[in-house]
Design a protein around this ligand. Structure first.
Ligand code: CA
Length: 222
């Protein structure tokens, strides 16, 4: 999953970037509201975290333009504490959720997980479940009838994306777009290696390789 963070409070943004990375999210960070307008059209984001008070352009007007352009990106807005008028204005402008500052990063993570799952029509039970396989996002491990299977950070991030798109052909380019931010070096061999490790850990039938096309997540059927 790749996120867009738009926040002009530098210490807060830096803290969030570290936390989001540890949760397996690739994240691009913008400070100026003007840069945020086109960003979701130019890059592949799965959700945005949008502060409302920003230099250049305020968050509400950014959100209103995104929605006017029919951009389906799930958006969580960050509002000033106790500002009910900001929250209402944000929801009216098309925000999917909001969090009042100051907030605990744990709450942001939980809300993001739920937001991203809802945007894919998945339920918000404690574990992400898709085609018979469960993923414990807090512990970053797969859960099967046979027990839990530990995953590396890279395997976890890839499996989460696959599980949210079951039965669909996902090209390596698309996977790279959603797993890496602008600053990372993209190497499609890394994705191949993670896929091969996931197949070894979970069973070959869980992920199908389509030569020249990409990968399809089938899950565990038994
Ligand atoms: Ca601000």
């Amino acid at each position: 999953m790749r996120l867009l963070l738009i926040e002009d409070n530098v210490p807060l943004a830096e803290e969030l970037l570290v936390r989001l990375k540890s949760e397996g999210y690739a994240c691009d960070w913008l400070v100026d509201g003007r840069d945020a307008l086109r960003a979701p059209q130019d890059e592949s984001y799965d959700a945005a975290i949008l502060d409302l008070g920003l230099p250049g352009r305020n968050g509400l007007s950014i959100l209103a333009e995104w929605r006017a352009a029919a951009l389906p990106l799930p958006v969580l807005i960050l509002t000033a504490r106790n500002s009910w008028s900001d929250r209402i204005a944000g929801l009216e402008a098309g925000a999917d959720d909001y969090l009042g500052k100051p907030f605990h990063p744990d709450e942001l993570i939980l809300r993001l997980r739920a937001l991203i799952r809802r945007s894919h029509g998945a339920d918000t039970s404690p574990h992400l479940t898709s085609n018979g396989l469960s993923l414990d996002e807090s512990r970053q491990c797969a859960v099967t009838a046979g027990g839990t299977i530990d995953l590396t950070g890279g395997e976890f991030a890839l499996l989460r994306y696959l599980m949210l798109h079951p039965g669909r052909v996902l090209s390596k380019g698309r996977l790279a777009d959603h797993l890496y931010n602008l600053d990372s070096e993209r190497n499609s061999n890394v994705i191949e290696v993670h896929i091969s490790h996931l197949r070894n850990k979970l069973g070959k039938e869980v992920i199908e390789t389509r030569r020249g096309q990409g990968y399809i997540f089938h899950g565990c059927h038994d």
